[in-house]
Structure formats: C-alpha cells, structure tokens
Design a protein around this ligand. Structure first.
Ligand code: DC
Length: 228
C-alpha cells in the first residue's frame, strides 16, 4: 500500500557511538538519503571563521545563515554541503573548525534556524534517515522510527583513534578519551537541545556490536514499520 505521509528515521547518540556510519548504511539499504545534521553546525563554524563573526554571537550567525544559505546537493553521492554556491564538504572537516564548533552549536538562534531547515529537509523527502544529537528528541519528535545509540567510553575512544590513524594522524589515546569526555559534557549540559534519549526510542548499545549488526537491527525494525 502506498504511504501517504513522510517517514523519518532518527538516529541520536553521543560522539563515537557510530551513528554516522550506521545512518549512511541504513539509508543506502533503504534506498534513500541520510541527513548529516552535524555537517550543518560545521558549516556555521566555517561561516563564523570566514566572516569573522564571533562564535558566541548567535544573532549575527543566524542572520549570516539566512543571507548566505546552507543547503545540501542531494544529487551528489554522498550529498555535498554548500554555503551559498560554495561546496564546503572538505572544509567542514578541517581542524580549525573544532575551535569554534561547540560555541556555535550552543547558540539558541543558530539551533532555531538549523532546526527549521532540518524540518524542511524532512518535508521534502518521503523517506529520510537523519542523525545527530537532537534529531529524535527535538527536531522530529514524531519520527516514525527513533533510535538512540550508546557505547562505553573505552570503545568510543578506540573507534575515534582508529579513524584518526586512518587519516594519518598520530594519536595519543588519553587525549582522544579526554576529548570525547569533554564533548559528552558539552552535549549533555547544553541548555538548548541537549543530548537526551528521545521518548519511545529503541536504545542500542553498540559497544560490542559490528556496524552490520547494528544496521541489521535497525533495518528489521524500519522495514516492519514501513510494511504496516
Ligand atoms: O557529529 P559532528 O561531530 O559532525 O557534529 C558537529 C558539532 O555539531 C558538534 O559540536 C555537535 C553539534 N551538533 C549538534 O549540536 N546537534 C546536532 N544535531 C548535530 C551536531
């Protein structure tokens, strides 16, 4: 039977729980798009640096977002992220971004604009997988399927260290663990949109699971819901 309403799958969780990887794979299996909401916060960090706007000046950042425009090019595989007409997909992963990222992501004015834009993206996709820290709890509280990923700090540290090594970075695991714990603190204590388990979400502890096992579990649940 044809579905008449939008079907959104949200995947929330802290840094290093594997949500980006599983979200992309789940979207691929479902034959649909994946919204990387973190990429939008990263694009705002680029705006802050390039336009010399203080990362704590939420009002100025929100105005700049509206003026310049942040959008994804869904025709690209994977989708690219654009600031105006400029593709910033590589730029948002550069190291200088992390210096302003948490301040930028804390600003209620910034969150308000990005939440609105994420909802519009949801409206324009019949089926969407979206991942971030607030996708099921704030942005799409009525999403058709909600998942919350958890993993212990040791495992998250190992995964992050492996990612960094794969990029050729020299890694001190104590520093990586400290960074994850700091990010947890920021995510959990943020006043606007703190990391929290969405109501009714399926909680998955990914500490001792492979990516395939996590995606299998999600796919089974989503397919059952889609066939209702
Ligand atoms: O997932 P990531 O590392 O690309 O996220 C980048 C930053 O944006 C990070 O500081 C957390 C923040 N973020 C957020 O506050 N809300 C989201 N939905 C996604 C990311």
């Amino acid at each position: 039977m044809a579905r008449t309403h939008k079907f959104v799958v949200t995947i929330d969780g802290a840094a290093g729980t594997g949500k980006s990887t599983v979200a992309q794979e789940l979207a691929r299996r479902l034959g649909t798009e994946c919204l990387d909401s973190g990429a939008m916060y990263r694009a705002v960090a680029v705006l802050s640096i390039d336009r010399s706007i203080k990362p704590t000046d939420g009002a100025a950042l929100a105005t700049a977002i509206r003026e310049v425009g942040i959008r994804f090019d869904w025709n690209m595989k994977p989708p690219t992220i654009l600031l105006g007409d400029v593709d910033v997909s590589q730029r948002i992963r550069e190291l200088d971004i992390s210096g302003v990222l948490s301040d930028v992501a804390k600003q209620p004015e910034v969150r308000k604009v990005l939440v609105e834009q994420q909802r519009q993206i949801g409206e324009s996709h019949p089926l969407l997988v979206t991942e971030g820290r607030d996708q099921g709890s704030v942005v799409f509280p009525h999403a058709s399927a909600r998942f919350f990923l958890q993993a212990n700090v040791n495992e998250r540290t190992k995964r992050r260290a492996k990612q960094l090594r794969a990029r050729g970075t020299t890694v001190n695991e104590d520093v990586v663990q400290q960074d994850i714990e700091t990010r947890d603190h920021i995510d959990l204590t943020r006043e606007d949109g703190p990391l929290t388990c969405p109501d009714g979400a399926t909680i998955i502890d990914t500490s001792s699971m492979s990516m395939t096992e996590v995606v299998d579990l999600m796919e089974t649940e989503v397919t059952a819901l889609l066939s209702r």
